[in-house]
Ligand binder design. Structure first.
Ligand SMILES: Cc1ncc(COP(=O)(O)O)c(C=O)c1O
Length: 359
């Protein structure tokens, strides 16, 4: 009999499936499966990377002082309320580990990002899924599912893989109505793509029960560096810092993220390019006869007639060297999630999708 057993919940975890990056038999592929920035990182971040190579024998800073300082200046936040992690994935995991355990509930929504469930189970907490309305989080449904066991609520705003979002008034209402032992986590992985939206930072500044996570993997084009950060009340940050590994971020990761966040002109340029191409892409998909919600992110989610048509279109795109993302695991089997590439890539994609549809 096996006596060495993992903690409760661990064996219920379905392994996270990242976006594919290769197609067998093809050496030239266009990867549109992981919501990466097609323009890559700021040249200033690349330069910082090469300079950091001279200090690889040194341990990195445990306090992340320079990076937190840079974040605090850009977003006008107190530095001591910021924590940095190995991608926002690590912040999500630290939140679950620190604030939930066996017997506790962690809420996320029907088409919510996969790491919420994985991290809740890894902490032996019970994941609770809440129904969405038209592929959008519904605060009424969330409030109804709250109980004295609810410790965390995760909402990606905008959400992956739907690209939809709820407005500031709804977020505020939710924060005001959740139980007093519950922390509302607003995942702002795509917040930079939204006009006049701070990802909930202002609300988190003024409320002890709201926490915001952010990433360098999307608009900053640094998925390969693995850096994210979180912002919340002093007491939440104080607890998270005790659980975080002291050297979680490497010397290059810290240097590159600091250079990237200081280059807000580059972020602005990427946002403008992405949003213009995305909106053109969505209207072209609609003209081709596919339903598609407005997206507030750097990806789109066209819906096909049914699962079989989505599968066949995916195969057709693969035969032409394009890798997009199936989202069956998100309970969206009739859809494909496609990262917005540069304008030329999106024009080619539309032509291929049209070819497929007229078949
Ligand atoms: C909504 C959302 N949150 C968090 C993440 C995790 O990002 P990272 O760990 O690269 O910061 C992703 C990545 O796809 C995401 O889509």
């Amino acid at each position: 009999m096996v006596k060495i057993k993992p903690q409760p919940g661990i064996m219920k975890i379905d392994l996270y499936e990242g976006g594919a990056s290769q197609l067998s038999g093809q050496d030239q592929v266009v990867k549109l499966s992981s919501n990466e920035n097609p323009f890559g990182p700021s040249p200033k971040a690349v330069e910082a990377y090469s300079i950091s190579g001279k200090a690889l024998h040194r341990y990195p800073s445990t306090s992340h002082g320079h990076l937190r300082e840079a974040i605090s200046i850009i977003f006008d936040l107190p530095k001591e309320n910021i924590i940095c992690g190995v991608g926002s994935d690590e912040i999500i995991s630290l939140l679950c580990q620190t604030f939930s355990g066996q017997g506790d509930e962690v809420i996320y929504t029907e088409h919510g990002f996969a790491m919420y469930k994985i991290s809740a189970l890894a902490a032996s907490a019970h994941p609770v899924v809440v129904k969405e309305k038209n592929r959008t989080a519904d605060i009424k449904n969330i409030i109804e599912k709250c109980s004295e066991k609810t410790k965390l609520i995760f909402i990606a705003n905008p959400n992956n893989p739907t690209g939809t979002m709820i407005n500031y008034n709804e977020i505020q209402e939710l924060a005001a109505k959740i139980p007093e032992q519950t922390l509302l986590v607003l995942d702002g992985a795509y917040a930079e793509y939204v006009d006049d939206y701070d990802g909930g930072l202002q609300l988190a500044k003024n409320s002890n029960n709201v926490f915001v996570t952010r990433t360098f993997s999307k608009i900053y084009g640094l998925g390969g560096m693995r850096v994210g950060w979180g912002f919340g009340s002093k007491s939440v940050i104080d607890a998270l810092q005790r659980v975080r590994g002291p050297f979680n971020l490497s010397v290059p990761a810290l240097a590159v993220a600091e250079a990237a966040i200081k280059d807000q002109d580059y972020v602005k340029k990427c946002k403008e390019e992405n949003n213009a191409t995305r909106d053109w892409f969505i209207s072209s998909l609609r003209k081709s006869g596919l339903a598609c919600d407005n997206s507030f992110t750097n990806f789109v989610l066209p819906r096909f007639k049914n699962q079989s048509q989505a599968e066949l279109c995916d195969q057709y795109l693969q035969s032409k060297g394009f890798i997009v993302r199936r989202v069956d695991g998100y309970n969206l089997p009739d859809s494909l999630r496609i990262t917005v590439g540069n304008r030329k890539t999106c024009e080619r994609l539309i032509n291929i999708i049209d070819e497929f549809l007229v078949g």
